[in-house]
Design a protein around this ligand. Structure first.
Ligand code: CO
Length: 288
């Protein structure tokens, strides 16, 4: 059951962003779409990486043991198989269309290693901030297999995978009170449109990974992020496709707290960062 969504005053595009080619982990090639200078603008989101390659040399090293503290990582695998293990004893296989949602909280050390030696590896990792009061919570994670991600189709044939939040009356796999994240993977056929209601104060962006979208007067090509305008007069966004297109639509409620980041540690203040580094060096992340 879905409910019709009407957006009367859609948001336009404030800015188009081209991601930065980089590598992380043990030489994994990726595109950093949401970079550190955009963290305030796109609060509560801290980072979005896109990876996609048919060349094993670009991914085979994976992400060996590394720590996180103070936020959540959401890994969405479009194609490929990645095994993750963490210091709390959790282990799982992330594959084809599945999501791993990990709340680092006060700290985990984990690895993410490809479980394939050839073929395509494609997906995304989004970092979602935690409010200050939750940054030192116990770590938590959930593996969500592809078949467990709520999905629906609109009358125009748009397939909507609801990873977080809610769309057209369909609740996603994960909900978060403080940041109210919306995370949709949209598959649009040629000539379709899709309306999504968005609270005006929430920060929102679209990342097109196949095809292209029209948002208001702006054409958003593949491999571009469109930051959507905020404004009290807007009630959502309207996306149109001329060719078959796949895109992520991501939005959330800003925390409006100070952000102090040092690599994989994201806290509110610098002294908390020093503490994180000290705790990590002293081996205090390893205990479950
Ligand atoms: Co990680």
């Amino acid at each position: 059951m879905t409910t019709a969504t009407v957006v009367a005053h859609p948001r336009g595009v404030e800015r188009l962003i081209t991601g930065q080619a980089t590598s992380d982990g043990a030489g994994v090639k990726l595109t950093r779409v949401l970079t550190q200078p955009l963290q305030r603008r796109l609060d509560p989101f801290l980072m979005l990486d896109a990876f996609g390659t048919d060349n094993p040399q670009d991914y085979i090293g994976g992400f060996p043991d590394h720590p996180h503290r103070g936020f959540e990582t959401i890994t969405y695998m479009i194609a490929g198989r990645m095994r993750h293990r963490d210091s709390a004893g959790h282990e799982g296989l992330l594959q084809n269309g599945g999501v791993q949602w990990m709340t680092a909280g006060r700290g985990v050390i984990h690895s993410e290693l490809p479980e394939q030696e050839e073929g395509r590896m494609e997906g995304f990792q989004l970092w979602l901030n935690l409010p200050g009061q939750d940054k030192m919570m116990a770590p938590w994670y959930r593996d969500i297999q592809s078949g467990d991600i709520p999905e629906f189709s609109t009358p125009q044939g748009v397939t909507v995978r609801v990873i977080a939040g809610a769309s057209h009356g369909v609740s996603g796999a994960v909900q978060r009170q403080a940041t109210q994240p919306l995370y949709l993977d949209l598959h649009l056929p040629a000539g379709a449109s899709f309306a999504q209601a968005l609270p005006p104060e929430h920060n929102a962006f679209v990342y097109v990974y196949r095809g292209e979208l029209r948002v208001g007067d702006t054409q958003v090509p593949a491999q571009r992020m469109a930051i959507l305008q905020n404004g009290a007069d807007h009630d959502g966004v309207l996306l149109r496709s001329e060719t078959p297109t796949r895109a992520l639509l991501i939005a959330g409620k800003p925390l409006k707290e100070p952000i102090a980041q040092y690599g994989p540690f994201v806290m509110n203040r610098q002294d908390e960062i020093f503490q994180a580094v000290e705790d990590f060096r002293a081996g205090r992340f390893a205990a479950p």
